[in-house]
Design a protein around this ligand. Structure first.
Ligand code: HEC
Ligand code: HEC
Length: 274
């Protein structure tokens, strides 16, 4: 007992306790603290490599420091990318929209020009310019164990928030100004999550504060279910819905019958007798 108490009074004892406390608190903090949005596993090498790629492939439109380039008429040649985050770059480059080939109202989806490593580097560079949404992880995209209820919930959300632009089966649709909401029939889970997080073009941003990652993964699960739906042959009719399809049947079907009746009336046997 005496031995212990003398040791406890060692001049360094207090310091050691303090140090241990700090280590414990620090450890707990790193374990429990929420991940900051830019805490991708991106290294300074990634950022530097991304900067080099950016100068060659993107700076002509977005500016050397990605601050955007204004045209003489005041419009943007390429918008500022400060604060758009890694998610926006991963989406735009990963779906081949960027680098944009020529000036157009909307960058079309095409085969990506950069591989996964280069895309990560470009994303790291842009993320280093200002805080923005990170590339979504499994919290959004892991849909393997979704229950039918969760998928139905996702479907509910999809019908209220997405079908106005993307159509009820995700086939896409036209928008004002020569723009369009593309089909989402063949989009990966990660890119769906990124589209919701970053809101490209006129698509609204569905931020995590309003729609939790869990909700987002439900929507993704529903869209994936739509994508997997087999086609049973025949004309799909574009999934335009009962009203449009009914109207189509009415006009083409009944219209055809009316034309046939008129033809019979004009060419029938009685007409010839006259
Ligand atoms: C020919 C010009 C041009 C080139 C080259 C180009 N961009 Fe773009 N970029 C644009 C325009 C215009 C827009 C806005 C229109 C749109 O989003 O479709 C845009 C939008 C973006 C956005 C979306 C910004 C947001 O607010 O979400 C990102 C991210 C982006 N570009 C990244 C890149 C990267 C990375 C490269 C190089 C690999 C690149 N761009 C090359 C013209 C260009
Ligand atoms: C106001 C119209 C609008 C609404 C509402 C909307 N989107 Fe979009 N969406 C767009 C437009 C426009 C684009 C194309 C952006 C581009 O080309 O840069 C797009 C692009 C996408 C893409 C990328 C497709 C591709 O080809 O890579 C996905 C995925 C997507 N939207 C999913 C959704 C989901 C899920 C919802 C509902 C939560 C939704 N959108 C709601 C207009 C909309």
């Amino acid at each position: 007992m005496r031995k212990l108490s003398t040791r406890r009074r060692h001049p360094l004892a207090g310091f050691v306790v303090l140090l241990m406390g700090l280590v414990v608190v620090g450890g707990l903090y790193t374990a429990l603290a929420p991940k900051p949005a830019t805490a991708e596993a991106a290294t300074t090498q990634d950022v530097e490599a991304g900067r080099q790629l950016f100068l060659i492939g993107c700076a002509s439109c977005h500016g050397k420091n990605a601050g955007g380039i204004e045209t003489k008429r005041g419009g943007n040649y390429g918008p500022s990318l400060v604060g758009v985050g890694a998610a926006a770059v991963d989406f735009q480059v990963g779906t081949g929209r960027m680098p944009m080939a020529q000036s157009a109202p909307q960058a079309p989806r095409k085969a990506p020009e950069y591989d996964a490593e280069e895309t990560k580097q470009l994303a790291a560079f842009v993320a280093s310019l200002g805080p923005g949404p990170a590339v979504p992880d499994g919290e959004y995209t892991d849909i393997s164990d979704k229950t039918p209820e969760q998928i139905a919930e996702g479907g509910e959300f999809f019908r209220t928030n997405c079908t106005a632009c993307h159509n009820s089966v995700g086939a896409g649709g036209a928008m004002p100004g020569g723009k369009y909401a593309p089909t989402i029939e063949d989009v990966s889970a990660k890119h769906i999550a990124e589209a919701m997080i970053t809101g490209p073009q006129q698509m609204p941003v569905f931020s995590d504060a309003v729609i939790t990652p869990e909700d987002k993964s439900n929507v993704i699960a529903y869209i994936k279910r739509l994508q997997d739906q087999p086609s049973y042959g025949g004309l799909a009719g574009g999934g335009l819905g009962p009203v449009v399809e009914g109207l189509f049947t009415w006009i083409i079907g009944i219209g055809g019958l009316v034309i046939a009746a008129i033809w019979i009336g004009a060419h029938g046997a009685r007409v010839k007798k006259k």
